[in-house]
Design a protein around this ligand. Structure first.
Ligand SMILES: NC(=O)c1ccc[n+]([C@@H]2O[C@H](COP(=O)([O-])OP(=O)(O)OC[C@H]3O[C@@H](n4cnc5c(N)ncnc54)[C@H](O)[C@@H]3O)[C@@H](O)[C@H]2O)c1
Ligand SMILES: [Fe+2]
Length: 384
């Protein structure tokens, strides 16, 4: 069977990546809709982008209301501005939230109906050119065909997709990430690590996604603690930005599995940010899945030097899970209780969450197929 691998058409990364991007924007259109959040204006990232566009003689409008994970309502608002002000391409500046919002707005420029009608369907028509400038090192959305949008009527985080949603241009400039506060560095970094581990151990992995996944895991294990402890460590920021991109390419061409499948319902119902809900789940989920394919987890252990002669794959995969646990501890990942979630309310929703997790399709890519009861038990175990 042949494998298909999709990546952004162009990736610019390294020092001054954004400042040197004007020439590439010019090829994409004459007027951009910048999709961002209100923080980007305050910390100076938006003015850097404005200057690059002005120097390149490109007009722009700004939609800066993506202050939480994106919803169908934001998509409608952004679309209205795009159409009314006659933009012809889109630039997202921010974490995964503005990038995903941009993709969904772009999709609705060229596809009929309402965004909620696209759950479970491929978004076919190509949106206008999309540019992603990530300011967190986490989601990898700059390289993926996915957008995750909250359906506000049904409280479901919709996983929408189509290869046409992969940005034409991804600009990875770690300068843009140096202001990320430690708790966001931690959550987004574990999101990226989860992408890498899930992509590598997914049933849908292929040799190229494996290459990106292993490299991403190596970078993230080596640099996440450093980026968390000292946000000004630019080397660590740069490695994390690259690791997140690699992990994005990896899962885009393989898949995520049980952790993401179980994480989205927690995010939708309890408004826990995506990276944190992944981080809350990762250890319990890994403990459940490793026996479905210890050699895959052992490969990752080998890559990060946890493997030594004589140990079995099962022992190596256990040492990987221990290392993930220790990393989560070192970067202060909260439990559901510490995050302020009400236990009774959580338990009352476990059945729905387990159904939504399975319906997303992601758990089916796991090496050890979970039943609904398995998922219920893992949700319950988060309170032990
Ligand atoms: N499309 C995909 O492939 C994909 C993959 C994983 C996750 N996601 C989605 O991405 C979203 C989460 O994205 P995220 O984790 O990057 O978080 P985010 O975009 O919501 O940002 C988190 C917080 O960090 C702040 N922030 C971002 N950059 C900053 C900077 N440079 N300095 C200071 N503060 C900064 C934001 O303002 C926000 O308050 C979720 O909706 C999730 O479902 C998408
Ligand atoms: Fe993710």
């Amino acid at each position: 069977m042949a494998f298909k691998v999709f990546t952004p058409k162009q990736v610019i990364f390294g020092d001054n990546a954004i400042k040197e991007s004007g020439v590439y924007f010019k090829d994409l259109g004459k007027k951009a809709l910048i999709v961002t959040d209100s923080i980007m204006g305050k910390i100076g990232n938006l003015s850097i982008l404005r200057k690059v566009l002005e120097d390149a003689d490109i007009k722009y409008e700004v939609y800066s209301k993506v202050d939480s994970e994106p919803t169908d309502v934001m998509v409608e608002e952004g679309l209205e501005i795009y159409i009314n002000t006659k933009c012809d391409f889109l630039i997202a500046l921010g974490g995964g939230s503005p990038i995903d919002a941009m993709k969904a707005i772009g999709a609705m420029v060229t596809n009929q109906g309402h965004i909620t009608e696209y759950m479970g369907r491929i978004i076919e028509n190509c949106p206008p050119p999309l540019v992603a400038i990530p300011t967190t090192a986490g989601t990898g959305s700059e390289a993926t065909q996915f957008t995750i949008i909250l359906d506000t009527k049904n409280d479901i985080k919709m996983l929408l997709k189509g290869p046409s949603l992969i940005p034409a241009l991804a600009i990875i400039d770690s300068q843009m990430t140096k202001t990320v506060p430690p708790h966001v560095t931690a959550a987004t970094g574990i999101d990226a690590l989860t992408h890498a581990i899930e992509a590598y151990t997914s049933k849908l992995a292929n040799p190229l996604s494996d290459t990106f996944a292993l490299s991403a895991a190596e970078r993230i294990f080596k640099y996440l603690r450093k980026a968390y402890k000292n946000g000004d460590d630019l080397k660590a920021r740069e490695e994390m930005a690259l690791g997140a991109l690699e992990a994005g390419i990896a899962f885009n061409n393989s898949s995520v599995t049980i952790i993401h499948g179980m994480s989205r319902p927690i995010g939708a119902l309890f408004h826990v940010p995506h990276g944190i809900s992944n981080a809350m789940l990762i250890v319990k989920c890994l403990k459940f899945v490793v026996e479905g394919g210890p050699s895959y987890f052992a490969d990752i252990a080998k890559k990060i030097n946890l493997y030594h002669k004589g140990i079995t794959d099962t022992e190596a995969s256990k040492s990987l899970v221990d290392e993930v646990e220790s990393l989560c501890r070192d970067i202060n990942i909260p439990t559901l209780k510490e995050y302020g979630i009400n236990k009774d309310e959580f338990f009352a929703n476990i059945e729905k969450m387990a159904e939504d997790a399975l319906a997303s399709g992601s758990p089916a890519n796991t090496r050890k197929q979970p039943t609904k009861e398995d998922i219920v038990q893992i949700y319950k175990s988060l309170w032990e």
